[in-house]
Ligand binder design. Structure first.
Ligand code: B1M
Length: 212
């Protein structure tokens, strides 16, 4: 079994120390951090998702796998976020109200940091009011909203509406993403952008701010 496959397997079986060790080994062997992420950690988490959907895995197994994935991400983080440049802009991100999924959101935050943005991460289950408070406090150029559930993605609309009502919408761009989110949903709720994954989120935000 190749090293990347071993990493995926260790995520699937929820072995956090092993994931950490193998991720370090992969970097030492000169593998690209993005490959370790996509073909190791994310590949493993995709299998976990399938097993969850097929009722082979339940919430505890998924949580243990998520913890293992985070152990690998902690090793990758400095490598993905390697940058010496001054922050190009401020990016505020959070998972919307009612939603506790944060792995994808954390990845987007890490990649944005890696691209030189100053990232303010509000965590999970963030209400529209909390987003607005943080916008007032931090004055970001872009707000990112993440949702993993078909039910909670509807709360993205509430954030945009609250930003509008409080007069902040004209000063901030909004990008949305997460597995159930699509470009047409983003258009429907009046977001400025949508990205299907963390790497394209960086590209999209740059495009929105004319930084390309
Ligand atoms: Co949840 N869960 N979960 N879960 N979970 C899903 C999302 C689900 C698809 C599983 C399934 O049924 N197959 C399903 C949703 C069904 C639906 O709504 N359509 C589901 C469900 C139903 C639930 C619960 C309701 C289960 C229950 O309790 N009965 C419950 C809800 C809790 C809540 O939020 N209130 C629940 C709970 C959990 C855990 C807590 C156990 C755990 C989360 C742990 C954590 O995040 N700390 C969990 C997990 C891990 C998953 C799966 C298996 C994996 C998600 C993940 O981390 N993927 C997931 C199945 C799956 O997606 N395969 C599932 C890896 C991650 C890198 O991908 O998050 O998609 P993702 O992020 C991507 C892109 O989406 C994008 O970039 C990322 C990287 O490229 N992206 C953005 C994300 N945010 C973005 C923002 C952007 C741009 C791009 O701009 C701002």
């Amino acid at each position: 079994m190749g090293l990347l496959q071993e990493i995926a397997e260790a995520v699937i079986t929820g072995k956090a120390p092993k994931v950490e060790e193998l991720t370090k080994k992969a970097l030492e062997e000169g593998l690209e951090p993005a490959r370790v992420l996509n073909e190791g950690l994310i590949a493993g988490m995709n299998v976990v998702g399938e097993k969850f959907r097929n009722n082979e895995y339940y919430v505890p197994e998924v949580l243990i796998a998520a913890r293992a994935m985070k152990a690998g991400m902690a090793v990758l983080r400095p490598r993905l976020a390697e940058t010496g440049v001054k922050p190009v802009a401020k990016f505020l991100i959070g998972t919307v109200k009612g939603d506790l999924h944060d792995i994808g959101k954390n990845l987007v935050a890490m990649m944005m940091e890696g691209a030189g943005f100053e990232v303010i991460d509000l965590g999970v289950d963030v209400s529209p009011e909390k987003f607005v408070e943080a916008v007032e406090k931090n004055e970001p150029q872009v707000v990112g909203l993440s949702a993993l559930l078909t039910t909670t993605m509807l709360n993205m609309r509430g954030v945009i509406e609250t930003l509008e009502k409080t007069g902040h919408r004209k000063h901030v761009k909004v990008i949305v993403g997460g597995a159930p989110v699509t470009q047409s949903f983003a258009d429907e709720i009046g977001a400025d952008g949508y990205a299907p994954d963390a790497a394209s989120a960086v590209e999209k935000v740059k495009e929105m701010l004319n930084l390309n």
